[in-house]
Design a protein around this ligand. Structure first.
Ligand SMILES: [Zn+2]
Length: 230
């Protein structure tokens, strides 16, 4: 009897953990819904001048549109860079207001973090509901719950550039090119959460190389909602 109770308790604990960390409802988008040679470049944690501006210059040279998941308090600090991203027809995404470990916050904090950044986008003239990505991809139960209430998918990714570990452009480029498949959502970082001094020249240079390399392999670049349909 005792062993049955132990087994049942263990099973219940595992099930609860599973539901917390892998909520079985709502939508978690890890790739674009296409088999064509199309990828989405996404940049997290900006705006972060001058790196974001240099990145915008490079995207313009290649005539590539990307998606920028911005942090609210960085939009407040650098509204001119956020405005430039919007003016140059890139897509904007909500990456919370202050980049906490959102998956471990209660739903009221999660809601406030998302809504504060929504308001900032509204002030910048964005009228449609933006896409959302949780800091450190912590789409745990409280985040999934709030997003489900808002009928909003969580945008994850399936290719990491590991540019938070290295700023060596060649390494970032090789890591991305090795993993890309049709429909990949690639995540890179033009900023670093709260770190004002984050140097992102490696990411900027790597982006130039990644675009050149993938174009040679016949890939096109889209914003997330150019494919949408998730
Ligand atoms: Zn982030």
């Amino acid at each position: 009897m005792k062993s049955i109770i132990t087994a049942l308790t263990g099973f219940a604990a595992t099930a609860l953990l599973w539901v917390y960390f892998r909520p079985p409802f709502g939508k978690n988008v890890v790739r674009l819904n296409t088999d064509e040679r199309v990828v989405a470049l996404t940049f997290d944690d900006g705006p972060n001048p001058p790196y974001t501006d240099r990145l915008l210059d490079i995207l313009a040279v290649h005539n590539v549109k990307a998606t920028f998941f911005m942090i609210g308090n960085r939009i407040e600090r650098h509204p001119e860079t956020a405005r430039r991203i919007i003016a140059e027809k890139h897509q904007v995404g909500n990456h919370s207001y202050s980049h906490p470990l959102l998956g471990f916050c209660p739903p009221n904090i999660v809601r406030r973090e998302i809504e504060k950044t929504d308001m900032l986008f509204q002030e910048l003239g964005i009228t449609e509901k933006t896409v959302f990505r949780a800091p450190l991809l912590t789409r745990f139960l409280p985040v999934a719950y709030v997003l489900a209430q808002q009928d909003r998918p969580h945008i994850s990714c399936n290719v990491w550039g590991w540019d938070w570990m290295t700023q060596h452009p060649g390494k970032i480029n090789r890591t991305v090119l090795r993993k890309v498949k049709p429909g990949s959502i690639i995540v890179l970082h033009d900023g670093k959460a709260e770190n004002k001094d984050a140097n992102r020249w490696g990411t900027v240079e790597a982006t130039d190389q990644i675009i050149t390399g993938l174009k040679q392999e016949g890939y096109r670049f889209v914003r997330l909602s150019d494919v949408g349909n998730w």
